[in-house]
Design a protein around this ligand. Structure first.
Ligand code: EPZ
Length: 437
């Protein structure tokens, strides 16, 4: 019986610059789609570099629930065989908690022309519509309706379509790409999202025998094939985990070598770090970020790739809250992604949110406080704030962080961070050398 980790907390004693080396794991948002897509063949698929995080494990459990055979060869290597899928109706309590459950819809529809999956959950960073997923599935010839919180899609057969996305959407781009790989004819997706994980999913599907061209541009062309076959595939490094540790160096005034990355995927993050006064050195598969002296203010607007990623917005907010001047951040992707601001204010930040823009008046330092992790990326950003703060911070709801960061506290400790996980905040506070605030 898995331990209930929802009661876990972090206790963090701040004030020490983070220095050393950290190795980045596989990209969560690529792995979730690739795991789902792996059931589109009846042969066995081996996926390497899968991050061992709650979201991927929930997805794997849901797939086992419909008869998919899953074997974990080691912590990050998984063998998947989808030949014995008993039903296409997935409805486990857990699957409703993750956003990426909708990828099972695209995979099952693409293979069996039928799928029933609960509407997605995920972090509360804004309304998470799925109208573009539905638009794409219907264009391919599927009947789609939503009853009692379950999205049902079915078709006698799927046929190619020319689909223009009204919004640049990662999830819908991947989902429609998956659903179309065995449809009759040539499907075109216009105004497609271009994130690295879209390219990773396309490369994975092509290694299974699909015929996808143009992933990474805003026009993706998919020529339907009869069937998909076995393959072994390694997931790309996680651009957002890498960016989070890059900002950890900036926020704590440290010096970190972030290893196992693709520097090209980090260009907008590196550019912003240099703008605020950090030094970024690029190597073939690593970046070193060092920060000395006060950070400088700047202005950020989140945009689809290759723009500055929305998943890196809270981390930038924490850094700019310590900068020597006034900065602004405009969040153009989600409408509720400033939930960290209230918690950061408790630590001494001076931020005003007006609509989808935060006006950030930099302060000299944060002080420790008792805070909550509001969602995955905001939680990670608040941990970085606590590591730079004077005094002790206790953080609740850290299960959000564990959805997407593997061994987060261990990796931070290896960089000199004083952070501990506990499920008994009272007992730990007696042990901590600082009073729990
Ligand atoms: C994916 O979410 C990621 N999640 C998110 O990462 C990431 O923030 C987001 O892409 C943007 O990069 C996963 O991959 C599991 P979208 P997704 O569809 O697919 C609107 C994290 O921290 N939209 O690209 O849900 C939507 O409202 C998570 O790892 C529609 O209008 O994002 C948003 O404004 C958080 N209709 C914009 O598009 C639709 O049908 C981008 O959403 C779909 C989306």
């Amino acid at each position: 019986m898995a331990r209930d980790t929802d009661r876990d907390h972090y206790i963090i004693n701040g004030g020490r610059p983070l220095t050393g080396e950290v190795t980045i794991g596989g990209a969560k948002n690529a792995a979730l789609a690739i795991i789902a897509a792996s059931i589109m063949t009846d042969e066995t698929v081996t996926i390497e570099n899968v991050p061992d995080v709650r979201d991927t494990n929930v997805m794997l459990e849901a797939m086992e629930g419909i008869g998919v055979k899953i074997s974990r060869l080691d912590r990050h290597t998984i063998e998947i065989n989808g030949s014995r899928v008993e039903n296409v109706n997935i409805d486990t309590e857990n699957i409703r908690k993750i956003r990426a459950s909708y990828y099972l819809l695209g995979a099952l529809l693409g293979k069996y022309c039928h799928a029933e999956v609960p509407l997605p959950g995920g972090c509360d960073i804004g309304s998470r519509p799925i109208d573009q997923h539905v638009k794409g599935f219907r264009a391919l010839g599927a009947k789609v309706n939503i009853e009692r919180g379950i999205m049902k899609a079915s078709a006698d057969k799927l046929s190619a379509a020319h689909i223009y996305m009204d919004v640049v959407t990662v999830g819908a781009t991947i989902n429609v790409m998956m659903a179309s790989v065995m449809a009759d004819g040539k499907t075109i997706i216009e105004n497609a999202a271009k994130e690295p994980h879209i390219v990773d999913v396309a490369n994975f599907l092509n290694s299974m025998g699909a015929n996808i061209k143009g992933a990474g541009t805003d026009v993706i062309r998919i020529k339907g094939v009869d069937r998909l076959h076995a393959c072994t595939y390694s997931v790309i490094p996680d651009q957002i985990e890498a960016g989070t540790f890059m900002f950890a160096a900036a926020i704590t005034g440290g010096n970190i070598l972030v290893k196992n990355v693709i520097p090209k995927h980090l260009e907008s993050i590196s550019a912003k770090l240099e703008e605020i006064g950090c030094h970024v050195e690029e190597f073939d598969d690593a970046v070193r970020v060092s920060s000395f002296g006060r950070l400088q203010p700047t202005h950020i607007k989140t945009l689809p790739y290759p723009g500055y990623p929305t998943d890196m917005q809270p981390q930038a907010g924490v850094a700019l809250a310590l900068a020597d001047g006034v900065s602004t951040i405009t969040e153009s992707i989600f409408e509720n992604r400033f939930r960290y601001v209230d918690e950061l204010t408790r630590m001494g930040a001076a931020i005003r949110v007006e609509g989808n823009t935060a006006i950030i008046d930099g302060v000299q330092h944060f002080t420790g406080a008792h805070v909550q992790a509001p969602d995955l990326r905001a939680g990670a950003a608040l941990v970085l704030a606590a590591l730079s703060a004077d005094g002790t911070t206790t953080m609740d709801d850290i299960h959000f962080i564990e959805r997407g960061y593997e061994d987060f506290d261990e990796k931070l400790r290896s960089l000199g961070g004083d952070i501990r996980k506990t499920d008994n905040i009272r007992q730990e506070s007696r042990k901590s050398k600082f009073k729990v605030v």
